[in-house]
Design a protein around this ligand. Structure first.
Ligand code: NAD
Length: 425
């Protein structure tokens, strides 16, 4: 009996399913495992009634999807955005299963969110939404069941509201349910820089296996927010020359190397509103995507999704792409990269430093013993380097590109646990 493949009209869920079925087929995964892993274990929809500041009542929709707990508790962010829906949460939850499995951390995958336009709510309303959402998903989250984290438009403060609400409901402190909390309240030193450090570590390992000295290698970074700025900083510290950076204000080029510390100082000035607008010491070009075509060894897209597409991939000059953002390359863009022989390190390998950092926070919360930033960074670099080398060797062994190798390796790890644990009853 052939597997009846799931399809979806939601583009993210459709891509997640296509990626899974494609890799599963190439691996020769059994039909039963394909059936199990193509579905989510649990999907919860909740309503969130709130009394708004003007006294009116509004009801928001919220979701939490647990795709797999075969390896360990579901892990994945909670976002607040007007486009949040159940299908999007499932797509992102599936992606988290593979990301955690590939990272080699003891988690499954999950994702959640609230459908709300954050530009239209006050801080008080955001707190009420956060607390009511936490109360509604309380029956299914826990340090050993489901461990959410911040995502789009949620941050350390929201994680504190979640933790506080559930701790009060259960009458005991529950610090290990939510990660991404501030260091002042059961968070961890190092988390802020973790994703960028991981992206840079992957890029440096890639240069090493390709026989290129990171000192003097040229790099272009799209996006200068959390991921992009720290990626650029760690690349510069490794001796690479960051020849271009960009953000929403435009692209900035300097073939002699951009002064990353000066760029950090620039975005830290409150007058510049976290943007590079007016940054001196580089040639300005309109558009944050001009950087994609920079003359460099490594292009590092760290801004948003769908930046490298069928329309622009053929103009890329870089030999390597290391994906800091989630889904920066569309499938048709990826096909062009493959045909040009450009080596792309996939997002769920390259940006897994963030979730590995969350795992470190969970370990510290469970033990009540906190690490120094040096210990945190050292462990992160070690795990990221090993993971990169593992996937690199597997890609060579199977003669597939890095993205396919990463999917195959991750899916196999989850499938092995499902087989070992068995189908219940
Ligand atoms: P952020 O909001 O801190 O930064 C985004 C940056 O991209 C900003 O500098 C913004 O100006 C810039 N930008 C937006 N559109 C652009 C465009 N078209 N061209 C050039 N620059 C543009 O976000 P972040 O936390 O750095 O996340 C960036 C990406 O990395 C997202 O895809 C996110 O999902 C992914 N990611 C983040 C983490 C994390 O720990 N923060 C972990 C894994 C993946």
């Amino acid at each position: 009996m052939a597997v009846v493949k799931r399809t979806s009209s939601n583009s993210e869920l459709s891509t997640a399913l296509e990626n899974f079925y494609g890799a599963a087929e190439e691996m020769g995964l059994s039909e039963g495992l394909i059936e199990i892993l193509s579905r989510s274990e649990r999907m919860l929809c909740v309503s969130i009634p709130i009394e708004m500041d003007d006294g009116s009542i509004k009801v928001f929709e919220g979701f939490r999807v647990q795709h797999s707990s075969a390896i360990g508790p579901a892990k994945g962010g909670i976002r607040f955005d007007h486009e949040v829906c159940l299908d999007e949460c499932e797509a992102l939850g599936i992606a988290m299963t593979w990301k955690c499995a590939l990272a080699g951390i003891p988690y499954g995958g999950g994702k959640g969110g609230v459908c709300v336009d954050v530009t239209k709510i006050s801080k008080k309303e955001k707190e009420k939404i956060s607390r009511t959402f936490a109360a509604r998903i309380e029956p299914i989250v826990g340090a050993w069941t489901d461990v959410p984290a911040p995502d789009m438009n949620t941050d350390g403060q929201v994680m504190v509201w979640f933790t506080d609400t559930i701790s009060k409901m259960r009458n005991r402190l529950e610090p290990a349910i939510f990660t991404g909390k501030p260091p002042l309240f059961w968070g961890s030193l190092g988390r802020n820089e973790a994703t960028g450090l991981g992206v840079a570590t992957c890029a440096i390992e890639l240069l090493k296996v390709e026989g290129i000295d990171p000192k003097g290698a040229t790099v272009a970074v799209q996006g200068f927010g959390n991921v992009g700025s720290f990626t650029a900083k760690f690349m510069a510290e490794a001796g690479a020359k960051v020849v271009a950076v960009s953000d929403l204000s435009g692209s900035y080029f300097n073939p002699a190397g951009i002064d990353i510390k000066a760029a950090f100082d620039h975005i830290s000035n409150p007058a510049n509103k976290k943007l590079l607008t007016g940054f001196a010491g580089a040639e300005f070009k309109e558009g944050g995507d001009a950087v994609i075509f920079a003359d460099c060894d490594i292009l590092m897209p760290c801004a948003g999704g769908s930046q490298i597409t069928g329309k622009n991939a053929d103009k890329i000059k870089a030999k390597y792409i290391v994906e800091g953002a989630n889904y920066p390359t569309t499938p048709d863009g990826d096909a062009i990269l493959k045909s040009k022989g450009i080596i792309a390190i996939p997002d769920f390998l390259a940006n897994s430093g963030g979730v590995i950092g969350s795992y470190f926070e969970w370990c510290q919360d469970l033990s009540g013993y906190f690490w120094s930033k040096e210990e945190y960074n050292e462990r992160l670099v070690k795990i990221m380097s090993n993971n990169f080398r593992d996937v690199w060797a597997y890609a060579k062994e199977k003669n597939v590109v890095m993205r396919r190798a990463a999917f195959m390796k991750a899916i196999q790890r989850v499938a092995d646990r499902v087989e070992m644990r068995g189908v219940f009853m």
